[in-house]
Structures are given as C-alpha cells and as structure tokens.
Ligand binder design. Structure first.
Ligand SMILES: Nc1ncnc2c1ncn2[C@@H]1O[C@H](COP(=O)(O)OP(=O)(O)OP(=O)(O)O)[C@@H](O)[C@H]1O
Ligand SMILES: [Mg+2]
Length: 252
C-alpha cells in the first residue's frame, strides 16, 4: 500500500470561479522521492499545502488524500500531530525562521510540540544531534546563533533539521533549493537524498529532478499530464510540454 494516496483531488476558488487543481490522482510509496514539476501557477504548491492541511482558507477541496488509512480531506489531523507526521521544508529559510529567536529556541519549540516527555537536557541533545546529522560543523555555536547570523545554506540545513527532528513519515519539500546558489544547491540535494526519507519534491527545474527523484509527475494548468520514472521522462517524454521543460535544462 502506498504511504500517501491522492485521489481525484480538486481545488476550487469560488469567488473567482477558478479551478486551480483539476482532480489529480497519484501515490507516494514508502521510501521514494517523487518529484512534482510544472511551470509557475500549475498548482504544485496548492497540492502540497492541501496534503499538509495548510491550503488557503478560501480554497475548496474535494476528492480524497489517504494517509495511514485516514482521509485528510474529510478529517485532517490536528495541526500539531500532522506537523510531526508530514513535515514541510519551505522554499525560503530566512522567511520561515523567526528573526527574533535563536536557532535553539526554534528547534526546541518544534521538538516540544510532539516529544513532551523529554527533559530539558534531552531536548537540547536532540537538537544538537540533528544539526550534526544535517552536516552543521559546529552545532553548539549554531544553536546559539540567530537566523541572520548564519549563511543561507546553513539556514536551509537548520530548516531540514527542524523538519526531520520528529521523524516524520513524509517530507514535503517545496522548491527547497531555489533560493540557494548552485553549489549550495547541490550539497542540499545530496543531503536530502542521504536522509533516505519519503519525499514529495516540488520544483520547476527538471535539472534538479534528475539529481534527486525516483519518479516524476508533470503538472500543467492543474492537471497531471505525464508521469513516469526519471529515466522514462528524460529519455522518452511523451508530451510537448515535458519536452519544452526538458529543453530548458542546461546540458552538463
Ligand atoms: N488563495 C488563492 N486564491 C485564489 N487563487 C489562488 C490562491 N492561491 C493560489 N491561487 C492560484 O492557484 C494557481 C496555482 O497556484 P500554486 O501556488 O499551486 O502554483 P505553483 O505551481 O506552486 O507555482 P510556482 O511555481 O509559481 O510556485 C495559481 O494560478 C494561483 O494564482
Ligand atoms: Mg509554488
């Protein structure tokens, strides 16, 4: 059985009579990295946010999102629990982190949502261990730092640590490397791959997909128009739209 199963998901906005996502269906299997690609406005982020239960308040969902035999459209998890089962890595780590609080305070906050029985010392140790796990060279110093005091790449590592610290079953990464420069981007992709987690990876960049994904869904105007393994999509794209996306990938 797939870990997550999206069934005829439709997302409407009543006031503009606009259907942003047009009844899409797909599965995510345990342990795979599934890429969702498509041009700006195709409905990628709305799909991801709906899985997290964080869709805009004016969005009307229909269809089903099955996760652990529950339909998240019908009966979403309470937010605190959901945040631990399905975690989000956002595009821009600077705006996702609060500038007023140290990295330590923000990581501790994330741990405390779920792991309520740990002592203060155990929580600190957990934060330290996860910063180490995401390749931060001096976790103690980074824990005491404020977001603006560390580099963009380090901030994205902190975001990843925060997303995985409660060991979620599913990670959703919405353009997690778009805000980073190319060399840092490559390092973060390596890190995400090395986590061996189930990931829904959203990007408009097929070059990134080749680096990281097992399978690809191509989205256009709210529909999934093509899907396949990375090899199939790169080797034998069927749709002109996919060929067009491929044409914009720089040849390395
Ligand atoms: N709250 C909202 N009210 C009305 N329309 C919305 C709302 N949020 C998103 N949309 C529209 O839904 C469509 C899909 O948006 P979405 O953010 O999912 O696109 P995307 O594929 O993630 O694009 P990008 O690559 O630019 O991030 C867009 O046309 C967008 O304008
Ligand atoms: Mg988006």
């Amino acid at each position: 059985m797939p870990l997550l199963s999206v069934n005829q998901l439709k997302i409407d906005f009543a006031e503009t009579n606009f259907t942003a996502v047009n009844g899409i269906s797909f599965d995510i299997n345990e342990g795979e990295i599934l890429a969702l690609v498509g041009e700006s406005g195709s409905g990628k982020s709305l799909t991801a946010l709906s899985i997290l239960g964080l869709q805009p308040v004016n969005a009307i969902l229909s269809g089903a999102i099955y996760f652990k035999e529950m339909d998240l459209v019908k009966k979403p998890y309470p937010p605190a629990v959901r945040a631990c089962k399905i975690a989000l890595i956002a595009q821009d780590p600077l705006s996702a982190l609060n500038p007023m609080y140290s990295i330590k305070d923000q990581l501790i906050e994330a741990v405390k949502i779920y792991q309520t029985k740990l002592s203060k010392q155990e929580v600190y140790q957990l934060c330290f261990d996860y910063l180490e796990k995401v390749g931060i060279p001096d976790p103690a110093r980074t824990l005491d730092a404020y977001p603006h005091e560390i580099s963009g790449g380090m901030r994205q590592r902190v975001m990843i640590a925060m997303a995985i610290i409660n060991e979620p079953d599913l990670l959703i990464a919405d353009e997690p490397t778009t805000a980073l420069d190319v060399t840092v981007q490559a390092v973060i992709l390596e890190l995400l791959k090395s986590l061996k987690k189930t990931i829904l990876f959203i990007t408009h960049d097929l070059g990134v997909v080749a680096e990281i994904a097992d399978r690809v869904l191509v989205m256009k105007h709210g529909d999934i128009i093509e899907s396949g393994t990375v090899y199939e999509i790169f080797d034998k794209p069927k749709e002109d739209y996919t060929k067009h996306l491929l044409a914009s990938v720089p040849v390395l």
